[in-house]
Structure formats: C-alpha cells, structure tokens
Design a protein around this ligand. Structure first.
Ligand code: S3P
Length: 165
C-alpha cells in the first residue's frame, strides 16, 4: 500500500487542521479532516453525534472510516481520540506516516481551546490534562514527533515535510 498518506495526530487544539492544510499545500497533496468527513457522512455535527448517539457510536464511525480513506497523496488531520480508540494508530501506521503534533497541556489550555462549546470531550482543565496524559504514550508511537509549542502552522508544516521526505 502507498505511503503517500500522512496522518496528523494529537490532542484537540494541537493545530492538526491548520498544519494539515499548510502541509498539504507544500506537498501538493489533498487535505482531509476526519471530523469533517464524519460530519458530512452523518449530515450532523460531531457535537450532535455525541449528544444523540454517544461516544462509542462516534468511535465506531472513526474505526470504520479508515476503510474509506483515499489511498494516494493525502494529508489527514484526525480527531484527538482517533488513534487511541480501537488502536487505530496501528492501522494508520500500516497505510501511511503518522506524525504526532506534541503540544503541552499548558499551551493547549491557555491559547488553543478557548472555544469549547463544540468539543464534547472537553470538560475542564483537570480532566483535560488527565486525558492528555492517558493518551500520550499512544501518541508517542507515531513515526515522527514534532513539538509545536509557540510555533506557527507554516513552521510546523515545513518541519514535517523534511521529516517525511
Ligand atoms: C475528540 C477530539 C475532536 C473530535 C471529537 C473527539 C477527542 O477533534 O474528534 O470531539 O476525543 O479528543 P479535535 O482533536 O480536532 O478537536
């Protein structure tokens, strides 16, 4: 299978979508956001999916959507829990290169996730940090880890493009 797929993983607010768009532009790849893909498929928001059907329903969609992924020249930004549940990270690593955007909880909480209304997994700072810690070891199984604190998307995207060459 082609390795011209790049998957950006990391916590909510890590900048996966903005970095993904920049990276796709640099590489001349297509850009796909898995949350957006799910919203289009379900014809409703992630927030509504969580409210109406619960988290496990959403995690099943995430698991199944991997089979629908474009196989060529594509940068994917994935939801924060995507690589974690069902150990989807294993499947992502088989079909593409996985890059962890490593952002500290402090930066995420202070600068990035102020608009929480559309983030069903965000409750408060303490549980966010706990969730981050729980997920960290799986995120670190990525093929590449890129630190993102205080960097702009263009800078991060250019670092990634050098790594995955
Ligand atoms: C989630 C993160 C969200 C979205 C859903 C669940 C999570 O995506 O997939 O609300 O479990 O961390 P972002 O990481 O793009 O915010």
């Amino acid at each position: 299978m082609s390795k011209s797929l790049v998957f950006l993983i990391g916590m909510m607010g890590a900048g996966k979508s903005s970095v993904g768009r920049c990276l796709a532009k640099t590489l001349k790849y297509k850009f796909i956001d898995t949350d957006q893909l799910i919203e289009e498929q379900e014809k409703r928001s992630i927030e509504s999916i969580f409210k109406e059907n619960g988290e496990s329903y959403f995690r099943n969609i995430e698991r199944d959507i991997i089979n629908q992924f474009d196989k060529k020249k594509c940068v994917y930004s994935t939801g924060g829990g995507f690589p974690i549940f069902n150990r989807n990270i294993d499947k992502l690593k088989v079909i593409g290169q996985v890059v962890y955007l490593k952002t500290s909880s402090v930066v995420l909480l202070n600068n990035r996730i102020k608009n929480n209304s559309s983030r069903p997994m965000f409750q408060d700072a303490t549980s966010f940090e706990k969730l981050h810690k729980q997920r960290e070891s799986i995120y670190c199984e990525a093929d590449f880890i890129v630190k993102t604190d205080y960097k702009i998307p263009e800078e991060i995207a250019s670092e990634i493009s050098l790594l995955i060459e």
